[in-house]
Write a protein that binds this ligand. Structure first.
Ligand code: BMA
Length: 770
């Protein structure tokens, strides 16, 4: 018999015996309902969803984001909630050997009942849960019921068990997005619910649990890699994993197996981050087969690249920079927070557009900040294909955490789940233990505030070390190949008040904003890698109008105040505004000027960091996005509207930047080139007055070297002294290979400029045209 015919026959025979391909069924779209535990009425629910959004959808509460509604809705977190659905199981489905009920995410304390029997106790929203339910299911109607207990009450209960108070009290006991408890840009909505998909997985014989991509060698001639498969089988036997036409046969035992497939690619195309080249991805489709029948399949998108975090002693202290494919990369980017208080509202397209906006603003890294969540796959997929590196925090922020065995084991499972999910993404550059816990412990006065005894302090710090210096790095050792194991225990490594924070490690420079220092201090206080710094800007009035009524549109209304979460937010904005701008009276104008102010401050910071390369090799501003409509440090507001700051980042992150720096009484003109190639051209300089009259000009031929920041021209004090600084502007242009890069520099603060009122007549043609 023809060989092809034989395999077709075998395939049908196997299918007949029930050896069919593994399959799954989404239960999220069943008819879910919910109610308060002690109420009798059920209401329709959305899965994935949250209790707040379900209550809102059913008109049981007003919009949580509107006005000061947040305050009225705090009762929701005190209650327990029930979710329920019926679903049908067919005879064929029940014939599968193994049926798993999968919860991709439950927020947070959930007891799951299947047909009345308790099948799961969940207590960590960052974990996924898998239960073998074949014996609990029946043909026809089945019921899932999930009881959610109040996370804040549970946290409170846990906190009572300690003889001392941990900073941030109940939230640190709850493995739940920490910003849900409120932040200086977030409302407090300690929500609950089935926040990710629920599905049934049917399988027979065998299943691919996961794959580890292990890159063994990478150079221009060859890439060598192993794909390490974890496969679970029901029965021992001969199996094969096929990649394209190529079969790899294995004898597998019953239970869990690890098998390795070595692959070589000659003349590999490398993966580069945005700005340095193409982010090329190779697609690998693997199938697990037996007797010619496909049992399971998995697809991986792999980027071939090497990343190193280089920390070497030097004359300044110790370097902190990333090398991609052997080249030092100046990192430009931002910190991201979850894009909604209610996570299931964040769609794949929210993630895609966030990453696209980062790319469009010339960024090459985003930091997933530790007070939110491990992002959805869509985020990392978008980062892979857009060349955005990821600094991935584990989900701990601005507090001290418990260190008992139960807590540690729970975190260990969380790390395993998330690292296995994310580890093959080429974009992942760094795993980081937490946000500001170490800095907080050493600099924020918790010892005094909470009145710790010596032994309390020792215990708390030991627990910190257990978690971030032992458990997490050890778990990473077991999950990652050596060359992918880049772990940094805490961001920042040292608080911004300590001088070593500028000579080693990463720093969150908050002397501006929190320390009220002038923006110009950014020019002096440059760290080796500045992983946070920022300044607030108001969102546009149009954004605020969506959540505030006309009457509430003033600084004194409760609703307005509620959309600013920093205790002295508006005072701080006003104080800085006074320094540089004329403070406008009208709210719309104030909002607008606050954006100019934010953009101005951030320009100084970003360009100071870039100017200082290679001493400084990274700048990540705080923060790219918002989780609701609010006055915050963000560049893009909740509705996706960009603040002036966003456009400024786009300019200041330009891979070829003309930068003007006022160094005491002289003006230095820099070119800063992040590209892989040099650029030669003409640097043209011109000082004009506000009527456009040319007062001075000069030009010079220059070469801007790759990966380099250098002074190309100095305008001396003698030249500058001829003019009134309040009446002039400098235009610097670098013309090279058909591109013109431009910088505009004013010599005085905006409020000091002798600007004349222009006569501009505006004609409205239609809604969109003037
Ligand atoms: C940073 C962050 C957040 C905070 C921000 C602004 O340090 O890590 O904790 O929202 O400051 O205050």
């Amino acid at each position: 018999m023809d060989k092809n015919w034989l395999s077709i026959l075998v395939f049908f025979f196997c299918s007949f015996l029930g050896f069919s391909q593994n399959s799954s069924r989404d239960l999220s779209s069943e008819n879910w309902t919910f109610k308060k535990v002690n109420d009798s009425n059920w209401f329709s629910a959305k899965v994935p969803g949250t209790i707040h959004t379900d209550l809102f959808q059913n008109n049981l509460i007003p919009d949580p984001f509107f006005g000061a509604n947040e305050k009225e809705l705090q009762w929701i977190e005190e209650e327990d909630w029930l979710y329920k659905t019926d679903f049908q199981i067919t005879k064929d489905e029940l014939e599968n050997n193994i049926i798993e009920l999968n919860f991709d995410g439950l927020d947070t304390y959930a007891t799951v009942f299947l047909n009345g029997k308790k099948v799961l106790l969940a207590d960590n929203m960052f974990r996924s849960w898998k239960i073998d339910v074949k014996n609990q299911l029946k043909i026809g109607k089945n019921t899932i019921e999930i009881h959610f207990e109040s996370a804040s009450k549970k946290g409170e209960e846990e906190s009572q068990k300690l003889s001392y108070t941990l900073p941030e009290k109940e939230r640190v006991f709850v493995r739940k997005a920490q910003y849900h408890f409120g932040w200086d840009w977030a409302p407090r909505f300690v929500t609950a619910g089935i926040w990710k998909k629920v599905h049934l997985k049917f399988w027979n014989k065998a299943k691919i649990e996961n794959i580890l991509y292990d890159q063994k060698l990478l150079n221009t001639e060859i890439a060598k890699m192993d794909f390490v498969f974890t496969v679970t089988t029901e029965k021992s036997g001969k199996y094969q994993i096929r990649l394209g036409e190529k079969p790899f046969p294995f004898q597998l035992k019953k239970g869990q197996n690890t098998v390795k497939i070595p692959i070589e690619i000659s003349n590999p195309i490398l993966w580069w981050c945005n700005g340095l080249g193409v982010s090329h991805l190779y697609i690998f489709r693997f199938s697990l087969e037996q007797n010619g029948a496909i049992i399971d399949e998995k697809e991986l998108k792999i980027g071939l690249r090497t990343i190193e975090l280089v920390q070497e002693n030097d004359e300044k202290g110790k370097s902190f920079y990333f090398k991609l494919n052997g080249k030092p990369v100046f990192i430009k980017g931002a910190n991201v927070i979850p894009s909604d208080s209610f996570l299931p509202r964040i769609t794949d397209s929210t993630y895609f557009s966030m990453v696209k906006e980062a790319k469009n603003a010339n960024m090459n890294m985003l930091r997933v900040w530790g007070g939110g969540v491990y992002a959805d796959d869509a985020f990392y997929d978008a980062c892979d294909s857009n060349g955005i590196l990821v600094w991935q925090d584990f989900m701990f922020a601005c507090a001290m955490y418990p260190g008992d065995n139960y807590f540690l084991e729970n975190v260990k499972q969380e790390v395993i789940d998330n690292v296995i999910r994310l580890r093959n993404h080429p974009s992942i550059a760094l795993w980081c233990g937490n946000n500001e816990n170490d800095e907080g412990w050493h600099n924020w006065g918790w010892q005094k505030q909470y009145n710790y005894s010596k032994s309390d302090s020792t215990k708390i710090w030991n627990d910190y070390q257990k978690l971030f210096h032992q458990l997490i790095p050890k778990t990473l050792d077991s999950l990652l190949p050596k060359n992918e194991n880049r772990y940094w225990p805490s961001s920042p490594s040292l608080g911004w008040g300590r001088k070593e924070s500028l000579t080693q490690g990463d720093v969150h420079y908050w002397g501006v904003w929190w320390g009220k220092e002038p923006f110009e201090i950014y020019n002096q206080k440059v760290g080796r890698f500045v992983s946070e710094y920022g300044f607030q800007g108001m969102p546009s009035v149009e954004t605020l109008q969506k959540v505030l009524s006309k009457e509430e549109m003033n600084f004194n209304s409760d609703a307005f105040k509620n959309h600013q979460k920093h205790p002295t937010g508006f005072e701080t904005i006003r104080e800085y505004m006074e320094r540089d701008f004329i403070i406008p009276e009208k709210l719309e104008d104030f909002a607008y000027v606050s954006q100019l102010l934010q953009a101005r401050g951030m320009k100084i910071a970003i360009e100071a960091h870039r100017r200082a390369m290679p001493n400084c090799m990274g700048t990540l501003f705080w923060q790219l996005n918002d989780c609701w409509p609010v006055t915050s440090w963000s560049a893009i507001d909740y509705y996706g509207d960009k603040k002036a700051f966003y456009y400024q980042t786009q300019r200041s992150f330009d891979p070829l930047l003309v930068h003007v720096y006022q160094n005491n009484s002289e003006i230095e003109i820099y070119t800063i080139n992040d590209n892989q190639s040099d650029f030669s051209g003409k640097l043209k300089l011109k000082i004009i007055d506000f009527q456009g009259n040319k007062l001075w000009n000069d030009s010079v031929l220059v070469k801007s070297k790759s990966n380099f920041s250098e002074i190309q021209f100095k305008i001396t004090e003698t030249i500058l002294n001829q003019f009134d600084k309040k009446e002039i502007v400098l235009q610097a242009e670098f013309i090279s290979e058909n591109q013109i890069k431009e910088a505009i520099h004013f010599f005085a603060k905006p409020k000091e400029l002798a600007l004349k009122k222009p006569t501009i007549q505006v004609n409205h043609i239609d809604k969109n045209t003037i």
